[in-house]
Design a binder for this molecule. Structure first.
Ligand code: SAH
Ligand code: SF4
Length: 363
């Protein structure tokens, strides 16, 4: 009889290939069996051990008795943008928490935006997820499960997934171990084989996490959410800015660029009148000038809990023009699927509001 304190059976989608190999090696099965199981999990996208082809019966029995392989995410609510290109999913975890995953199809290339936490502890004032607070970290399997879920959707229409952005709910570097284990699973060449440079990890600026990432061999793309270029202005939007001030953050970013030899993307959500004037652009230009940096400006997607609005198109252009004078390149990123609440945390917030008021949920 297993005791109540016994470690629960591991979920197979929580394990990197080396970790799976170590588990199987303990039972006397070598790399051949590990890789057969791995390709079953990630190439065949098996949802049960019964459908993994070629497993030795004694291994199948051991796995059935000592591991788990149930789906970790299940559809709870979904909606499509009016152009049909953005498919927003609210997925339910096994404990009832819900998280957002957004599948975007653009010019034959699919991108998925995934969550790393249920909620977020960082409290950025304009962000629907920040307005909820943190419920819990996601496990590696729950992070990978979102990708498997959309991969099955794409499989059905013969499409494939190219980009993954860790820009859904949560702060990836606040859930460092699980997020990076998930990245290792996603890039594994025998499995989903997503190119590491097609994975973008976006952080609010968790300095110890950026430094740690700089020292590791995980060639993902790093994006840092800035939104303010002085400590006072940034902290008003991003409370985490008080914990990790800009001088520490920029030092960590320079360290990352030097160690990894990679540019960093800086995200700047443009909020009318708050951080979108020429003066703001000059301050940002001075902060980033001379660095290997690229700025993504994103007009605010308004949320119920915040009274700011998006910058106008001329203000966005003027902001970019100032950055250009400092030699800082920038791109405007529209938050796609605004008509279906496809901003971070917004679908969950809307579904919960409507459920509370027993209103129908918009398609
Ligand atoms: N926690 C990480 C990743 C998730 S948020 C981070 O903050 O970087 C991904 C991006 O969406 C961040 O740049 C965030 O500031 C931005 N964002 C959040 N809510 C938004 C909104 N309502 N409108 C525009 N951008 C938003
Ligand atoms: Fe968290 Fe990112 Fe939202 Fe800030 S913007 S609250 S860090 S998810």
């Amino acid at each position: 009889m297993p005791s109540e304190t016994a470690t629960p059976a591991p979920h197979l989608h929580d394990l990197t290939r080396p970790a799976l190999g170590a588990l199987l090696a303990d039972w006397g099965f070598g790399a051949y069996h590990r890789d057969l199981l791995w390709t079953g999990l990630y190439r065949q996208r098996a949802e049960s051990l019964d459908t993994v082809e070629g497993l030795r019966p004694d291994l199948r029995t051991a796995l059935t008795e000592r591991t788990r392989l149930e789906p970790l995410v299940a559809p709870h609510h979904e909606s499509f943008s009016s152009d049909g290109l953005t498919h927003k999913l609210l997925l339910r975890l096994r404990d009832g928490q819900t998280i957002e995953t957004v599948l975007m199809r653009f010019k034959g290339r699919a991108t998925v935006c995934i969550s790393t936490q249920a909620g977020c502890a960082m409290g950025c004032v304009f962000c629907a997820t920040g307005q909820m607070g943190l419920a819990r970290h996601l496990t590696p399997g729950e992070i990978v499960g979102q990708v498997l879920h959309v991969t099955r959707i794409l499989d059905a229409s013969g499409e494939s997934l190219r980009n993954i952005v860790l820009m859904g709910m949560g702060e990836p570097l606040h859930n460092y171990e699980h997020t990076l284990a998930a990245v290792d699973i996603l890039v594994d060449a025998l499995g989903l084989a997503i190119g590491p440079r097609f994975i973008t990890l976006s952080t609010v600026g968790v300095v110890p996490g950026i430094r740690r990432l700089a020292d590791e061999e995980r060639p993902v793309q790093l994006a840092v959410s800035l939104h303010g270029a002085t400590d006072a202005e940034r902290a008003a939007l991003v409370p985490a800015g008080r914990r990790w001030p800009l001088d520490e953050l920029m030092d960590a970013c320079r360290y990352y660029i030097a160690r990894r030899g990679r540019r960093i993307f800086f995200e700047w959500t443009l909020i009318e009148g708050r951080n979108d004037t020429a003066e703001h652009a000059h301050t940002l230009g001075r902060l980033l000038g001379g660095m290997d940096a690229h700025v993504n400006v994103i007009p605010l997607n308004p949320t119920v809990g915040y009274d700011g609005g998006p910058s106008t198109a001329p203000a966005v252009r003027a902001f970019q023009d100032v950055l250009t004078t400092y030699g800082v390149p920038s791109t405007v990123r529209q938050r796609r699927g605004i008509d279906i609440d496809a901003g971070c945390g917004q679908l969950k917030a809307e579904v919960e509001r409507r459920t509370r008021r027993s209103l129908p949920i918009a398609p």
